[in-house]
Design a protein around this ligand. Sequence first.
Ligand code: ADP
Ligand code: ASP
Ligand code: MG
Length: 416
Amino acid sequence: MNMDRKRVIVQKYGGTSVADPEKIKCVARRAVACKKRGYDLVIVVSALGRTTDELLKLANEISANPADRELDMLISTGEQVSVALLAMALNEIGQEAISFTGAQVGIITDSSHTKARIMDISPRRISEQLKKGRIVIVAGFQGINLDQDITTLGRGGSDMTAVALAKVLKAEVCEICTDVKGVYTADPRLVKNARKLDSISYEEMLEMASLGAQVMQARSVEVASKFNVPIHVRSSFSGGSGTMICKEVSEMEDVLVRAVTVNKGEAKVTVCNVIDKPGKASRLFEVLAKAGVNVDMIIQNVSRTGSTDISFTVPVADLARTQEVVEKVSSGIGAEGIRFDKDIAKLSVVGIGMRSHSGVAAKMFGALASRKINIEMISTSEIKISCVIRKNAAGEAVRAVHRAFGLHGGKKRVKG
Ligand code: ADP
Ligand code: ASP
Ligand code: MG
């Protein structure tokens, strides 16, 4: 091992942190300060502000069903703008820096456009540049497949780029710099007295991210956990420590519920009066799986009359495809109608302490009942309980449940 090698930090800045020239200059100053502390620095940036959403909107104005390959070609452009601007901002203040696209640093992915998985990264080019004393800036969210086509890593995918680079570069830490000061007990924009957590286990963060806490992309947490990459979620705008995401330690189990999350991105589908015979439900979910629809919660009651309703939730983005395949199969399973409902929200409580305690569900349901909020579906796992409720009750529900579990802190400024 080369003993002269400096320690590496990977920092990722999200869209709001690089939304305009002033913010980009601010990121450049922070980066230089970090480098002066003796680190080799690799920065991953997202597209400016809401660029990715705007590009997707533009695509939809041209076509209701654009090809995924072309979507990737389009939405990957956002990050290319930010890397170049940040390199210029660094050069302007006398720091040598160089920007790269995902392809230029050999981020090789599979070919599942819009949700590609990283297969390999060759750190050679980055290491060469770090040795020259430069700050290396890499476009988040993008890679290239073996046919040299540009791919993207799913929404929020710059987190994935940062974690993967931190892994291959053996970085001391992967800093996820964002517009809040860390990971909170609930989205601080929904719950004003949410409390910042000093640390959280990979497992809890993964569950939270999958259940709607967008502060980190779920897949990136999965990879960080697999390779034990230490993550520090912190503010892009102020100093001070944020939240460390790390391996579970035993004290973590003392807390029953770590956080409350809300996901408004799912829809409920009810297939009415399905014949209650072996093979019917399996036929329904088989066609959904074949169509690549990500089914989440499922409920089916025992029938009294030989048929029963089956309800399940799917991401809103998969709703059109769901409708198409369920309609095709409905006569074969004896269904008498299908209902689609987008006005739902999924509210969840997460905590590894739940494994060894009872009474969490009762407390959660009690908090919702006290606000007269009806529960439409329930699902549980070892470390989470989720309820489907009406979307317009989500704000009130998350605050009531957060209070019931005593998660609130004092009034603090939460913005980064
Ligand atoms: P970035 O652009 O930096 O990637 P995101 O918008 O993807 O930022 O994620 C940060 C946002 O995540 C915050 O502004 C906050 O509203 C939201 N969020 C949701 N749940 C939480 C939570 N439990 N803790 C912190 N932030 C959360
Ligand atoms: N720009 C991409 C998105 O908006 C990736 C990211 O921000 O992490 O999803
Ligand atoms: Mg994000």
